[in-house]
Design a binder for this molecule. Sequence first.
Ligand code: AMP
Ligand code: MG
Length: 424
Amino acid sequence: MRQGLNVAEAREWIEGATPVLSAERVGASEALGRVLFEPVVSTRRIPPADCSAMDGYAVRRADLAGAGPDDPVELRVAYEVAAGGRALQALARGEVARIFTGAPLPEAADAVVKQEDTREVGGGVRFLCQPEPREHVRDAGEDIDVGDVVLDPGCVIRPSEIGVLASLGRSLVAVHRRARVAILSGGDELVEVDGDVSGGRIVSSNSYTLFAQCRAIGADPIYLGISRDRPESVEQQFRAALHADCIVSSAGVSVGDHDHVRSVLEKLGCRLEFWGVNMKPGYPLAFGRFEAGDSAGGLCGALVFGLPGNPVSASVTFEQFVRPTLLRMMGHTRCFRPTLQVRVGETLRKKAGRLHFVRITLEEQDGEWVAHATGSQSSGVMRSLTQADGLLVFPLEATELAEGARATVQILDDGFFAAERAGF
Ligand code: AMP
Ligand code: MG
């Protein structure tokens, strides 16, 4: 097992071990945010026939030669076609058809004149202009034709994709499976959210944070509760993680006397790939995997992340390593948070040898983003994570980022670019 990897090495190692999950069919209307597994090829034309884009009159253009506001041409209305209806017959010379938006164009008609460019009179209609060829006509198949590859595999399904699927008559769609993620916590000091915190106990907040971090990306977390600081208890909990695609445990992975996660994983036949990443918060991170078909415990091919116990470390290591892994498993290709180039608001210092993720807020100043640390950077201070817009990357070997220096910030808040005003 390797120890003390740099962040990028750890990321590459994990990427190399990450499988892409197979497909399942789901109701298209439930597929929001999922990743398409196979191409969607149309067996329909949309629109199905030439049809009107306006309320007005279907005409033969030749009948309206020379028509103008001062020189209207009067024609007879032969019949009416509404959306969902059909033209009774082909349009004869000198005839027009009353037509509504979405209604099929009568045979022999070659344009639509919108209602506003006409005047109703006695038994006919006066036209104040001659339309351009095919004006206000939507051509059959103009949007989608038979055989068109409308959606490519790998596309993330948004509301517009759901609308297109519906137009094509697809009530079911093949998407990558959601990753099933077993969430495990361990420690004798931990209780559930409504538990008794007397005697210095604390709530297992990691369970809740990590569960929500899975949910936020459309993964399927399964909460397996809290194990106690005994090998049997830890083992029992890992065995309960049986059919997960990914096991995320927090705490007990360090070097303390009560840290049993690594030894239990080894006992269960998990191949530990590495332990320790040169980062802060979050050094004591373990990554391993069970071979597919592994008999011990029946864990089949699951990836295992043993995250540190400190709440900020757990959340930040999830962000850096688990989140992109789960997204990749679920078929996504854009698996990383967006980054911004910023200026450092006040000088930051650290020792060389670990990459620091500094919790920061951002403010815009003269067209540039300026980052300010959110107070205590202790790995137990969750509150400074709730205040953060993102994490500033303080590189491994750097010891100082002077005020005004350039730095990269990873934006954590999905809503960071959302605005209070339209802006245009
Ligand atoms: P450990 O890795 O077990 O040494 O835990 C490191 C620190 O994280 C300790 O202060 C634990 O109390 C804390 N911790 C461990 N697990 C959790 C959890 N699930 N929720 C909140 N804090 C935790
Ligand atoms: Mg512990």
